[in-house]
Design a protein around this ligand. Structure first.
Ligand SMILES: [Cu+2]
Length: 698
């Protein structure tokens, strides 16, 4: 087993493979001439992805028939044959993500250990911190976003980038006729298209919370409707220079190009077929920006009208619209032809966008938008995805509002607070250091402890307001509560490839937060038992009326006995959006990065990093609205074996249906009958509370 791991580590990192694969670090500084660079794999390019998926399938068959030893040989052989840099590595990642046996025996190392050169900050440490601290931006940095905006700490967070990489591995843009769910091969995940939209929408909501904290507006879409060629060709105000970032794949280092401020994208004219790459104008349906803008308009038409006018007989759903926008095998115009320029009617809008940005001037090497591991570093990623999200939003706006009056008969108490804010005595927060290490000799984290802790807020204390104060367990241990959550900027070292005996590392800054816990009080108004789906969301207080800013924080099922007054104790690290096990700073600072938490791997390793569960907030505390709403327990059916991963929000369940029957983003997935603030106040099964998030290190 360790041999497999070493072999795979070497393949995925280029390390330890002998001189052929080793490039002295100093050579990284030499920019290779474009002609000397082989084409780079991009998961946004269907000809490549199709090949990677086929290769992953070959590895899977080999593993099943001849074992993992033979699979490693097959991988080595593929490496020797493949001209496109990184393609075999991507196939290996797909194989390791999806193959049951390989997944338990071989770990995919964290991105920053696998490809440390790929997570380097674009500009030296603390530039973005300095920006936020002074409330003004530092002098033009040597690299990074141009002009700098103080958000590189977030866009360049190694774990957020790894999340994005990993999500696209779990939900690859499948391009071939698919085996049914549960069968071998790489079936498209259940509700893939809808999840594609939703996961990226949530990234935007989180990005916008960071922007608002810095006094910026929400991110603007790359272009507005109606889309035109001229709008697509307009200069892009903000550029991006990846700085020292480089990709090490096989034999050569790969330096990403930068995209200067004010540059524009253009029709794709580059023909890389001489280096075994694509002839871009031939293979991309949206190679011409006039086509790309048409495709976008057709998608908006479909979203607004509910019908695909170019394809008869299919009604628009969030799922098929997501598939068609991405675009993948379940796109409504997928022709199932083995030619690269598939999707003749609605184009390959989202993927072609990535290609236009990675090759904005038709000169290789590519910009960071080429790779799922690096794309979100570039501010234009969010502008592009805001446009993609506008397609989703346009569809959602056509849906009839929900009738929330039929919600489950549970009560969460709340009241209005001055200035349009909200309070709720049933949404209680506690920080780690406010919780006793043990209660009545029961250790923190034990079932008995949880039981005792919840007793402090129930029974005779049911009506007491613990928004911010101290409750007492029946054995008198104090439990503090809070109305403010804390974040912090921290640093850690990334170990780079060594040059001879000299260890090399780079310090990265990253956002983290204090551990926190929810105590949620729910009153069952029914005399009979019922199960409810508890949904927790967070939004910047100033924007609560905008349904697009709500960030999903958690989603779980709770069972209430008849007329029960239930207190739920819920640690934030159990969140359904978070990748498990939750990684804390202590798990990230280890010199070789090999803590038990980091090595653990299952389907659960898909999800949002725990360190960035909370937006950073501001020095003095930025106001946010925390919402708890209960919907019918019939919607959220989690499999009941304990091994089963609960990181369902962005990942669903492997080879199973997505476990929540409601639309993704529910209840924010469509217009509201009344305003959102009014709705939150109107129903017993909804409550919200204004809290603050303060960053200690600003
Ligand atoms: Cu993506």
């Amino acid at each position: 087993m360790p041999e497999y791991q070493a072999a795979i580590d070497a393949i995925l990192s280029g390390r330890g493979l002998g001189p052929r694969f080793r490039i002295a670090r100093k050579e990284f500084a030499v920019e290779l001439s474009p002609a000397g660079i082989p084409p780079l794999f991009s998961a946004f390019v269907d000809v490549y992805l199709r090949r990677a998926l086929a290769l992953a399938r070959r590895f899977e068959l080999t593993a099943d028939e001849a074992g993992l030893d033979r699979t490693i040989e097959t991988i080595q052989q593929a490496l020797a044959e493949e001209a496109v840099m990184g393609l075999v590595q991507y196939a290996v990642l797909l194989f390791l993500t999806h193959h049951p046996e390989a997944r338990t025996k071989i770990k995919i190392k964290p991105l920053e250990m696998r490809q440390p050169e790929l997570v380097l900050p674009s500009s030296p440490l603390l530039r973005s911190l300095g920006a936020a601290a002074g409330g003004q931006f530092p002098p033009r940095a040597a690299a990074g976003a141009m002009p700098p905006d103080g958000l590189s700490f977030w866009r360049e967070d190694p774990l957020i980038n790894e999340h994005h990489e990993h999500w696209h591995l779990v939900y690859p843009t499948s391009l071939d006729p698919l085996p049914p769910i549960g069968a071998k091969g790489y079936p498209i995940g259940d509700r893939h298209g809808e999840l594609f939209f939703y996961m990226h929408q949530q990234m935007l909501a989180r990005y916008n919370a960071e922007r608002l904290a810095l006094g910026m507006k929400q991110v603007a879409p790359f272009a507005t409707e109606p889309l035109t060629e001229a709008k697509f060709k307009a200069p892009i105000r903000q550029g991006y220079d990846p700085g020292p970032l480089k990709l090490w794949d096989g034999e050569k280092p790969y330096l990403f190009s930068s995209r200067p401020a004010g540059a524009a994208i253009s029709d794709l004219t580059l023909d890389e077929s001489a280096t075994k790459g694509p002839n871009w104008p031939k293979v991309r349906p949206g190679a011409k920006l006039s086509r790309q803008s048409d495709f976008g308009n057709y998608l908006f038409d479909a979203a607004a009208s509910g019908a695909y006018k170019l394809v008869s007989g299919t009604t628009v759903t969030a799922d098929n619209l997501g598939n068609t926008t991405e675009a993948n095998v379940n796109a409504v115009d997928f022709a199932n032809v083995a030619q690269p320029a598939n999707h003749p009617l609605y184009g390959n809008f989202h993927n072609d966008g990535h290609i236009h940005f990675m090759l904005y001037n038709n000169v290789a090497p590519y910009c960071v938008m080429a790779a799922t591991t690096t794309a979100i570093r570039d501010p234009v990623f969010f502008q592009w995805h805001k446009l993609v999200d506008n397609v989703y939003f346009t569809h959602q706006q056509t849906l009839p509002p929900y009738d929330f009056s039929k919600g489950p008969e549970v009560t969460i108490r709340k009241h209005a607070a001055p200035g349009g804010k909200a309070a709720s005595i049933d949404i209680i927060l506690a920080l780690e250091d406010q919780l006793p290490a043990s209660i009545d000799n029961h250790k923190f984290g034990s079932r008995a402890y949880n039981q005792k802790a919840t007793e402090a807020f129930g029974g005779a204390e049911w009506n007491t307001d613990y928004s911010n104060g101290t409750a007492y367990a029946q054995t008198r241990e104090p439990i503090g509560t809070t109305d403010i959550l804390f974040t912090e900027m921290k640093t850690r070292k990334i170990n780079l490839e060594q040059d001879g005996d000299t260890p090399a590392h780079e310090t990265v800054e990253y956002l983290s937060h204090d551990d926190f816990y929810y105590f949620i009080r729910l009153q069952n108004e029914r005399e009979t038992e019922q199960t409810v789906a508890v949904r927790i969301f967070l939004a910047p207080e100033s924007e609560v009326a905008d349904r697009r800013v709500w960030i999903e924080m958690d989603r779980f099922a709770a069972r209430l006995k008849g007329l029960e007054q239930l207190v739920i104790f819920r640690p934030a690290d159990q969140s359904s959006v978070v990748r498990k096990p939750a990684l804390r700073p202590v798990d990230l600072t280890d010199e070789d990065g090999a803590t038990r938490e980091r090595e653990a791997q299952a389907w659960c390793d898909c999800g949002w990093p725990y360190t960035v569960l909370l937006p950073r907030g501001t020095k003095d505390g930025m106001e946010f609205r925390l919402l708890v709403m209960c919907s019918s327990g019939d919607d959220l059916i989690m499999p009941d074996h304990p091994e089963c991963c609960t990181s369902i929000s962005y990942c669903g369940l492997q080879n199973l249906e997505y476990p929540d029957k409601t639309a993704m983003g529910y209840p924010f997935d469509r217009p509201f009958q009344k305003s959102i603030p009014e709705t939150m106040h109107s129903f017993n099964n909804w409550a919200s509370r204004t809290i603050r998030i303060a960053c200690r290190s600003l």
